[in-house]
Design a protein around this ligand. Structure first.
Ligand SMILES: Nc1ncnc2c1ncn2[C@@H]1O[C@H](COP(=O)(O)OP(=O)(O)O)[C@@H](O)[C@H]1O
Ligand SMILES: [Mg+2]
Length: 263
């Protein structure tokens, strides 16, 4: 990482940076500014208890160990500063597998949902090892990301799932696929993301991506995102490997690297 990169202490996670904004992003902003804000008030059909949230290692505002919640709030604040007035899509991907990429993606999405004026949508884009429906306790069944991409006629509402966390929705992925790059570079995926983001000005989207190491899929997925957050698990990546992998991403999108202390 370059000297300009700022590091917080993520004894639980963190460490974000500055990123310059891509100048090409402004065209859709005016449109989005007038989009509806109605989902912020959307009712949750069920709510997870604090006990379940703790057991699942999901952050919540009343958490007794505040360091973790505060770390995610800090990342949220920095992303919002980068994003300006418009909502955005953030890809979160681990450098090496099992580094906590999915852990960071879902807790970051939850941190955005704390604010009643915002909603968060987490999309499980790890087609080889999908995990978010299990981690969030969302029953598989009604259709997932790949079902939709293969047959958009099922309708997006079918795959947008409640999570028991106010203002957080999940688009799960439950079917394992080897060739995720083909889905990520598809016209259908781009159209889906654009419509999900543009429909509600208060909706922030998080793509839980596959590991960067050993596959081009995370980089391909990053083309659909406004910002990229990489996750390095403690002891998993050497500084030179981190530097090398960071360099694969568009510097205009790279928000930073989270150093995650694995349990
Ligand atoms: N900071 C952390 N604190 C507690 N548990 C964590 C932390 N980071 C990761 N984990 C757990 O470690 C396991 C692997 O993390 P995961 O997010 O699935 O990794 P990746 O997506 O990088 O493959 C999961 O069970 C996750 O809940
Ligand atoms: Mg993962």
């Amino acid at each position: 990482m370059s000297g300009s990169r700022e590091e917080l202490d993520p004894t639980n996670p963190v460490a974000l940076t500055s990123a310059t904004r891509s100048s090409g992003r402004s065209s859709g902003i005016a449109q989005r500014a007038i989009a509806s804000r109605s989902i912020a008030k959307m009712a949750e059909p069920y709510a997870l208890t604090r006990r379940i949230l703790d057991d699942r290692r999901l952050i919540h505002p009343e958490q007794s160990v505040r360091a973790r919640t505060d770390a995610f709030r800090e990342i949220r604040t920095r992303l919002l500063a980068l994003g300006g007035d418009s909502n955005f899509i953030t890809m979160v991907a681990p450098i090496s597998p099992c580094s906590g990429g999915s852990f960071v993606a879902r807790n970051l999405a939850i941190a955005f949902s704390f604010d009643e004026a915002r909603t968060a949508l987490l999309i499980d884009c790890n087609l080889r090892n999908p995990s978010q429906h299990v981690a969030l306790g969302v029953e598989p069944g009604a259709g997932d990301l790949i079902d939709y991409l293969e047959n958009p006629d099922i309708g997006v509402e079918k795959i947008l799932r409640h999570t028991g966390i106010p203002r957080l929705r999940l688009i799960p992925n439950t079917s394992k696929r080897e060739m995720s790059g083909e889905y990520f570079s598809s016209f259908g995926m781009r159209t889906l993301l654009d419509s999900l983001r543009d429909r509600y000005a208060d909706r922030y989207i998080f793509l839980d991506g596959p590991a960067v190491k050993g596959s081009p899929d995370a980089r391909i997925l990053s083309e659909l995102a406004d910002f990229v957050v990489l996750v390095s698990g403690s002891g998993r990546d050497s500084p030179s490997a981190i530097r090398r992998h960071v360099a694969d991403f568009d510097p205009n999108k790279l928000a930073g690297v989270v150093f995650n202390q694995l349990p």
